[in-house]
Design a protein around this ligand. Structure first.
Ligand SMILES: *Cc1c(COP(=O)(O)O)cnc(C)c1O
Length: 711
């Protein structure tokens, strides 16, 4: 049990009757409970939007008369009492799923390490899919009652925000985070001083203090080296995500793995399971071994003792996602560690030696794979690819026997589901549907939803998306300094009644954002057909060091600026959780065109599907498992081709299905009710099949029963 406690400051001057709004603001539980969000937004919707849904800032800035009015409004107070009662029940629940099903394991602590956590738009400590998955993991663990603690970084500058220049070049802006505006509190010692840890490097020590963030029942601890105990260089370690500078990067990963273990010890935890979400945290295996070597065990004994409780999840077959460091960096930053493990330098390097044609490296995923007994990939196909890719670490085994299993990713349903969609399920599904969200039986009744209700909600969400984007376009026009074509490219000519396709994800070349551009005349014709137009929304950031990714944005942007597309191609800057929510709830079709088999899983399509948006994707990652012929569309075949052949075949398939299936189905002859019933049938099939199977609950139950606490 933790020996240190954090105290939630009550900095708000609120009317007594609604004073617990301050408490809600300090626990991210409100982010996945729409009724709790409404307690803030109802008071002053405009201010709530302007402050980017930040409840701390909101409670400080909201007008006296508005807040007083709320505190005297019977209806508001009724909702307030209900939400706080739900909050108390949630936090006090002594019988969540895990306690009921696995009482003997339920007190055990799981430490979950990740470089990034995507929890909410106000907390820019994530860059993309990996982070959003980690954030969803914490929320889901809280729901199921897993005794999990997160370890990550408090990034002083957060992830960059993106602007696109007139010529399509990605410009980055770093926005220093003001911690006092966020629900993040320092962990203090009894004497009131910050609790900190110190990680030893060969020539110096780097300190980190620890912050806490509450995610429902789960705490997330964030390490922070940006304070006076460190020299200016070391302070930079936790200012940004994924330094490209290798010195900073290796130090960052040492701080996460080694510092993370130390932080948990300082906080009084003794985890029984140590989960590395991607290889960045792999140094934790060595720190755990070092603890036992210090008690007198040999390195082999220490590893034998610790590896059974190490869990490693690999997330990508793409080399850039698998960190490795040149050996001179290992000498520079880890030379103090090998004697402490009782190893020579050669023995140490052997732990994770990777022979490349350009020389030898120290590979983080190799370290994690070799020192964990539980290893998994994130979809069935990715499992096969990972076993092939890492077969050389188990040369005596055949490919299919390589000990890497798979658990397909899922999404935290209530985070991504539109409020109205949730209300629809409240009206038509079994009363306790939320508690049985991962049970396919719960969703078997979706086919009985009235078409008109589902369609009307979808139309509402689509209008909401369009008006949000039109508002953004207007703001930039009024701000000045933009060429008019940039205002058009940002969505000024959008039409809320047109078939709308979304494509939003990180811009990496293997995701092939330009696949749909392979025949421009054909595309422009498709976009502007009389009576059946199509519009496509693009969004996504490229890693600042990824030149090909930035060139891809530029190519896409140049096409978007062309008049021939009629303003129906749009690039939305600064893709983040907020924009993602609008898109996955408000478009009609979610497009994904990775080159197989590089999309290990993908998750945004799951978020779209649970809102009735139809997937149109390559049979890669999760979609290969979800597609059943009636719940969306598949691009190309389920086969392995060479890259060039694949590009050709996939783009041919993409155009063919768009022209002959998707557009005709959407604009099919409608009756007096003006509802495309066949389209709505597909929407239901998508909701029915995807929601339970690709939920965070299904995923976490598999982690709990197969990897964390196997029988
Ligand atoms: C879900 C999400 C992602 C990941 O989407 P993929 O389909 O896995 O590429 C990335 N960024 C944001 C903001 C998201 O919400």
């Amino acid at each position: 049990m933790p020996t240190f406690r954090t105290k939630i400051p009550n900095r708000f001057d609120l009317p007594r009757r609604i004073t617990r709004l301050g408490e809600l603001a300090y626990n991210l539980w409100w982010t996945w409970n729409p009724d709790a969000q409404r307690l803030f937004s109802r008071i002053d919707q405009e201010l709530w939007e302007r402050l980017n849904h930040n409840p701390l800032l909101f409670l400080r800035q909201v007008g006296r008369s508005e807040i007083n009015a709320a505190s005297q409004n019977k209806h508001y107070l009724g909702q307030y009492d209900q939400v706080l009662a739900d909050f108390d029940v949630y936090l006090g629940n002594t019988e969540p799923w895990f306690a009921r099903m696995h009482p003997q394991d339920s007190p055990k602590t799981i430490a979950y390490f990740s470089m990034e956590f995507g929890l909410h738009e106000t907390l820019p400590i994530y860059s993309g899919g990996l982070g959003v998955l980690s954030g969803d993991h914490l929320k889901g663990a809280s729901d199921l009652g897993l005794n999990l603690v997160g370890i990550g970084f408090m990034y002083a500058e957060g992830y960059f925000s993106q602007r696109i220049s007139e010529d399509g070049w990605q410009e980055t802006q770093n926005n220093p985070i003001t911690v006092s505006n966020l629900p993040i509190v320092p962990v203090l010692k009894e004497d009131g001083q910050p609790l900190s840890i110190a990680v030893k490097f060969p020539d110096r020590t780097v300190s980190a203090r620890i912050w806490e963030l509450r995610v429902g029942r789960v705490p997330l601890y964030l390490l922070d080296s940006d304070y006076s105990a460190n020299n200016p260089d070391d302070r930079k370690l936790t200012t940004r995500l994924y330094w490209s500078d290798l010195d900073l990067r290796v130090m960052q990963e040492i701080l996460l793995g080694v510092g993370g273990v130390q932080a948990l010890r300082a906080l009084g935890y003794d985890p029984q399971v140590w989960h590395m979400n991607e290889g960045h945290a792999a140094f934790l295996t060595l720190e755990r071994a070092r603890e036992l070597v210090a008690e007198g065990l040999s390195f082999e004994e220490a590893c034998a003792r610790t590896r059974t409780s190490n869990v490693f999840t690999t997330h990508t077959p793409v080399p850039a996602g698998n960190d490795e460091f040149p050996l001179w960096l290992v000498d520079k930053y880890l030379a103090n560690l090998w004697p402490e493990l009782g190893l020579t330098r050669e023995q140490f390097v052997d732990l994770a030696r990777h022979k490349q044609n350009f020389g030898e490296t120290f590979s983080m995923p190799t370290l994690a794979l070799k020192f964990s007994d539980h290893r998994n990939a994130v979809s069935e196909l990715h499992g096969r690819v990972a076993r092939r890719m890492w077969n050389y670490l188990w040369p005596e085994l055949s490919e299919e026997d390589v000990p890497i299993s798979y658990i397909t990713n899922g999404v935290h349903s209530t985070t991504w589901m539109a409020r109205r969609q949730r209300m629809l399920y409240d009206r038509h599904l079994e009363q306790d549907w939320l508690e049985h969200l991962d049970d396919p039986e719960t969703w078997s009744h979706v086919s009985e939803l009235p078409d008109a209700e589902l369609w009307e909600i979808h139309q509402h969400l689509k209008r909401k998306l369009a008006f949000y984007l039109l508002g953004r376009a207007r703001q930039r026009w009024m701000k000045g300094g933009f060429h008019p074509v940039q205002v058009i490219a940002s969505g000024a000519l959008l039409d809320p009644y047109v078939l709308t396709i979304g494509f939003a994800r990180r811009f990496a070349t293997y995701k092939r954002a330009d696949l749909i551009f392979s025949d421009l005349p054909r595309l422009f014709d498709l976009l502007n057909r009389p009576n059946r137009p199509v519009q496509i929304l693009f969004a996504g950031k490229a890693h600042p060091a990824d030149e090909p990714g930035k060139l891809l944005i530029q190519e896409v942007y140049r096409t978007i600026k062309k008049a021939e597309n009629g303003g129906r191609l749009v690039f939305l800057e600064d893709y983040d959780i907020n924009l993602a929510r609008y898109l996955v709830q408000g478009v009609d079709v979610w497009l994904n065109t990775p080159s197989r088999p590089n999309e290990a899983s993908g998750t945004s399509g799951m978020k779209a599907a649970i809102n009735g948006v139809l997937n149109f994707s390559i049979l890669d990652g999760w979609w290969r498992e979800a597609y059943n012929g009636n719940n969306g569309w598949a691009i190309g075949e389920d086969s392995d081709l060479s890259t060039e052949v694949q590009d050709k075949a996939d783009s041919a398939s993409l155009y063919h299905i768009l022209e002959n299936e998707i557009v005709p189905l959407y604009y099919a002859e409608r009756g007096a009710d003006n509802i495309p019933h066949e389209w709505v049938t597909r929407m239901k099939e998508s909701i029915r099949t995807v929601t339970p199977q690709f939920s965070m609950s299904r995923m976490l139950k598999e982690y709990a029963e197969r990897l964390y606490f196997p029988k």
